[in-house]
Ligand binder design. Structure first.
Ligand code: ACO
Ligand code: ZN
Length: 196
């Protein structure tokens, strides 16, 4: 009986030929020229619209962070995570980049212990860093949360999500994450996040 059911299902799929695109979510018949055409159009428009939104959010975050450069060092390798609230507003943004190593920020006499590690391009900046490279995989290039929604765990959830999804099928430890050139807010967050 099970075999018969299976046969019916298989036959149905073949005849119907419905495919769901994993990127844009459109259900279409891959066998139909017309459907394929419709899908290609929808797919492009859909991806462009979210790309546009992500770019706008990044610019907003850059503005607040005082970043002069508008583009990322390697945009194709960067991953953007957006936090959308119940009102469908984007209230958080995390941009990660693939890195190989990081340098730990050294303890400063007048500051508390710091676990944040600027990535390897940033070691010449103002923070005092160790000269021993440490393996890191995911670099937090930018993290930003809408000012009225801070201290509600949004940044924590964004970084948690990045750790689970940055590399397919693996879960990054907190040590494999490095924060590049953090702001004072970023340092406070990174210190708390990495120690727990
Ligand atoms: N002061 C003190 N402790 C803080 C602060 C802060 N400003 N922000 C976070 N923490 C610590 C707290 O211990 C907090 O837990 P608690 O609220 O229970 O005490 C813990 O980190 C977790 O904080 P979240 O709620 O997850 O962080 P939030 O959603 O508020 O986002 C962020 C933190 C992204 C730094 C936010 O303040 C922000 O957008 N600031 C402006 C932009 C910025 O400076 N971004 C960092 C740039 S550095 C970089 O991108 C690499
Ligand atoms: Zn598609």
């Amino acid at each position: 009986k099970q075999a018969a059911d299976q046969l019916i299902i298989d036959a149905g799929q073949k005849q119907f030929g419905a495919t769901t695109c994993t990127s844009c979510g459109m259900i279409y018949s891959a066998d139909s020229l017309e459907d394929n055409f419709q899908h290609t159009q929808f797919h492009q428009r859909f991806l462009e619209s979210i790309k546009f939104v992500a770019d706008e959010v990044r610019k907003l975050a850059d503005n607040e962070l005082g970043f002069q450069q508008v583009s990322l060092s390697c945009p194709s390798k960067a991953k953007t995570y957006l936090f959308v609230n119940h009102d469908k507003m984007i209230v958080g943004c995390l941009i990660t980049e693939h890195i190989r190593q990081a340098f730990r920020v050294l303890e400063q006499p007048d500051q508390t212990k710091d676990m944040s590690k600027p990535d390897f391009m940033e070691h010449h900046r103002a923070w005092c860093c160790s000269t021993t490279p440490e393996t890191a995989i995911c670099g937090v290039s930018r993290i930003w949360v809408f000012s009225l929604m801070r201290r509600q765990g949004i940044a924590t959830r964004l970084v948690d999500t990045a750790r689970n999804t940055f590399m397919y099928g693996s879960h990054l430890t907190k040590e494999e994450i490095a924060f590049s050139d953090p702001t004072p807010d970023g340092k406070l967050f990174a210190t708390k996040y990495c120690e727990t």
